[in-house]
Design a protein around this ligand. Sequence first.
Ligand code: COA
Length: 144
Amino acid sequence: MSMRTWTVGDLDQIAAIEAECFPDPWTRRMLAESFLSDKFHGVLLEEEGNVVAYGGMSVVLDEAEIQLIAVSEMFRRCGRGSSILSELLKVAAEKGVKEVYLEVRVSNSPAQILYLKNGFHGVYCRTRYYSDGEDAVVMMKELG
Ligand SMILES: CC(C)(COP(=O)(O)OP(=O)(O)OC[C@H]1O[C@@H](n2cnc3c(N)ncnc32)[C@H](O)[C@@H]1OP(=O)(O)O)[C@@H](O)C(=O)NCCC(=O)NCCS
């Protein structure tokens, strides 16, 4: 199992996991556009040549927003989501980030538990944030 940053060659596999995980996935094109921004940082876990988990965040000055985090379904509950989150938080700290934000569906308790266990707390709700009308919880972690 190895942790590394994204390359263009990973995009098809990341897009496939996105489509498996979310009703409103980032498309391959959206993922590819992340390479145009020097504010974006994408990490992934690779096992036997396959992408099994990934995350992505954008960093602006001393704030980061985690925009993507997912683990392929059959690889869940073995610490990979925690590893991706830790790696993003480590990179954010190295870049001088003070506050990390993310949005999560109100129904997504697995992700909310992961974030709570890693020091995030809910700050407010964005009503009907998602295209299907579901609310988002905005969560935040301060980096010391
Ligand atoms: C959320 C997600 C990334 C977690 O990945 P994961 O590799 O399963 O997470 P971990 O194994 O590191 O779990 C860490 C802790 O989070 C909590 N957790 C994770 N999944 C859980 C679940 N289905 N039910 C309850 N708690 C859960 C547990 O406390 C877990 O620790 P434990 O296994 O020791 O009890 C994964 O479920 C996923 O990809 N979901 C679909 C995509 C998604 O919703 N992404 C988040 C968008 S905001």
